[in-house]
Ligand binder design. Sequence first.
Ligand code: NAP
Length: 562
Amino acid sequence: MASSSSLSLASDLQLGVGGMASNPTLLCVPLVSKSVEQMVVEMRQAKANGADLVEIRLDHLANFQPRTDLEILLKDRPLPALMTYRPKWEGGQYEGDENKRFDTLLLAMELGAEYIDVELKVAHEFMSFISGKKPENCKLIVSTHNYQSTPSLEELGDLVVRIQAVGADIVKIAMMGTDITDVARMFQTLVHCQDMQVHATTSCRPSTDVFRLEGDAPVINKVPIIGLVMSERGVISRLLCPKFGGYLTFCTLDAGKESAPGQPTLKDLMNVYNIRQIGPDTKVFGIIGKPVGHSKSPILHNEAFRSVGVNAVYVPFLVDDLENFLNVYSSPDFAGFSCTIPHKETAVKCCDEVDPIAKAIGAVNTIIRRPSDGKLIGYNTDYIGAISAIEDGIRGSNNSGPHAVSSPLAGRLFVVIGAGGAGKALAYGAKEKGARVVIANRTYERARELANIIGGEALTLAELDSFHPENGMILANTTAMGMHPKVDETPISQHALSSYAVVFDAVYTPKVTRLLGEAESAGATVVSGLEMFIRQAMGQFELFTGLPAPEKLMREIVLRNV
Ligand code: NAP
């Protein structure tokens, strides 16, 4: 599967750098419990799980008694503490008097807190309030939050400059993400502004390469910046924070303990994304889809990357508009993508060049940015992944062995349910192997269109149950029916399954779908979508890295995680 374009990627990925240096980005666990005792317990857990600091959200505490509770929280703390007492008007829970809030933050400083967060809107007042009283070793984070949107690059730059101008030690800007391209502006802000000289009149300038600092940008005062985009569409701002020089990223001890939308767990940051190893030169790969949060591909590809020592990370990209996403993330840093629902067909149009098989199928599930010229090349690894899995399934049941010269699909009647990206790949592959192909789809016109292209018959889903022209047919479901959580769904009635000798289901969550369970009871040979998943991912790995896929490991990872 490795192509000439991917082979040149291998050197670009700094092969053999297994022991990469860790980055300076800090991992901070926000504590949002109502009780001081619980916060103390969670501080210890955060330390044990590898966090660098905790953010103590004082505004979440019930019956908060500043002096007593701060002493308990700060005494013998296992990690440095960031104290935040967020008022309602900035998205927090505190509704009381501002002077009392300032008093509490000052007390936290005096008791030795390493960081204090104060909002930009009151930063001037707070600076006068604490004038001369801030201990040397306490860093002041001045923060601003926008819970509606992420403003323009210029406005983000201006916010950074305003925050620097009030005397912050660390800048924090947290914006709401309404599209994944919002995060690109945050990355640009991190890169352009963190090394600029600070004057109230200076603004951050965008450069020609959006993610790199301009050659002539003044590099004088390094002002650390925390720049995050909230919501599921902003997740990559948290995962790729070290690549773009963010000072810290927030992560939770467990899912459900977020202090802001989109925070990943500490465990995922460490174990899935290898965040300590991400640096400015780390290449970014990922899965483009909508939805995408459920995908196991990040677990699989990151562990596979790690096993061969490439400097790369694989993240989920929740994308609404594929063309816009690819235009914005056009830097060589974003080196390759997997494509899933609903973007596989649009991806054909968005690539500069498309592999002839992917073009014939009409669906791209893998995009590589060719290092030599930055062009996007589209491939389809679903086709070979699914067809080889079905062939091997049949060979296993027929004892015809792995070295059979002709395909066991040749001459067979092959029914594909679905006419989307996966359906097209299966239909094309079956035809290539000499099968007679029938397409059944919810939208009949799409079935007809696909059948016309590959030379086959089209059915409605309703017709499928009474379609049994011969025995020993092969059935492949390529719709999402039966996928978790709708595990009771199935695309065909049980009685109709008796005409099929082999049944394949592209759905792999659960591993044994209702369709596969019923097909097995009807005596058919069943082939799991997991097999396709593993094989298409191996094909992608080879295109991404130019290296042979670590098959044994990839199988183990998939079985461990599905
Ligand atoms: P897609 O391009 O969006 O196509 C979806 C297909 O499913 C269309 O034919 C659609 O019919 C049909 N469909 C969707 N919901 C349906 C419903 N409720 N009832 C009947 N038909 C329905 O998606 P895709 O990329 O081909 O993926 C399809 C499925 O295959 C997904 O479950 C995906 O997870 C799985 N898949 C698995 C692997 C693997 O490695 N195992 C790889 C790729 C895909 P209409 O034309 O009427 O909309």
